[in-house]
Design a protein around this ligand. Structure first.
Ligand code: F6R
Length: 248
């Protein structure tokens, strides 16, 4: 596991974007796994800036996002699909046909999860999967206690998550109670993983994920078993680690 500590969020975002941009230059048909949430927003902005300056061409890139609420329509203002349009896809030249999402309106959930796994496989697997981390150590929507062997599946959101999400919805009853997510198995099949975290609030989860035992109670701890993980954090998120490397 490679750990890189930067001074602040801006540096984390720049460095993470640089890794993706360089990978895309080396391999234009890159298959990227992407995350939503606040952490990767800065990285997406750096990717957009690089594209606008003509430094990178995303036209042959394929993307798979980690997760989506269920039920939710893709065009709903709070859907992860919409988030990605607004934060990245609308501003770069990724071919819309190369964008893959779990669909939050399907009837047959098992089939949808199978379809997603098959689409990832048909694309040749994910080259680089970007991950954020929850304060409880979750990755994707894989909350503590999720078995490591699960592929893409439906999850029931915890009351705390529903409460936290409610700030984005007009009415409490509009907040989705479920989500579809790549499983730990799906994530671990990616060739390379990029875990990003910033801020003091993530410090305990980062310590547990990197220095603690590998346990389903702390989903991100599974990353210790992956052969190619780069953890990119700011000083605040790193400060509880047993050994903090020099700031880059
Ligand atoms: C997002 C996702 C989540 C987030 C995590 C951190 O697609 O799957 O695991 O990465 O909840 O969220 P932020 O970045 O908002 O702190």
């Amino acid at each position: 596991m490679k750990l890189q500590v930067f001074e602040n969020y801006e540096q984390v975002s720049k460095h993470a974007a640089q890794i993706l941009i360089e990978a895309c230059r080396r391999q234009p048909q890159l298959v990227l796994g992407l995350a939503t949430g606040s952490t990767p927003i800065g990285m997406y902005q750096e990717m957009i800036a690089a594209y606008q300056q003509g430094k990178v061409d995303f036209s042959r890139v394929t993307t798979f996002n980690l997760d989506e609420y269920y039920p939710i329509a893709p065009e709903h203002p709070q859907s992860f699909r919409r988030f990605m349009q607004e934060q990245l896809f609308d501003h770069v030249n990724i071919n819309p046909e190369g964008i893959h999402f779990l669909c939050g309106t399907v009837q047959d959930i098992e089939q949808e999860c199978r379809r997603y796994e098959e689409a990832i496989e048909a694309a040749g697997g994910i080259d680089i999967q970007v991950l954020g981390i929850g304060e409880n150590g979750h990755i994707g929507f894989n909350e503590p206690g999720t078995p490591f062997h699960l592929g893409t599946h439906k999850v029931k959101l915890t009351e705390t998550t529903i409460q936290a999400n409610s700030r984005f919805f007009e009415r409490m009853e509009d907040v989705p109670r479920f989500a579809l997510t790549m499983g730990i198995r799906t994530i671990m099949h990616s060739r390379k993983l990029l875990l990003l975290a910033n801020g003091e609030k993530k410090a305990a989860a980062i310590r547990a994920a990197l220095n603690g035992p590998v346990t389903e109670d702390l989903p991100a701890s599974v990353l210790q078993l992956h052969p190619d993980v780069t953890v990119i954090v700011d000083k605040a998120a790193a400060h509880l680690l047993e050994e903090v490397p020099d700031v880059l």
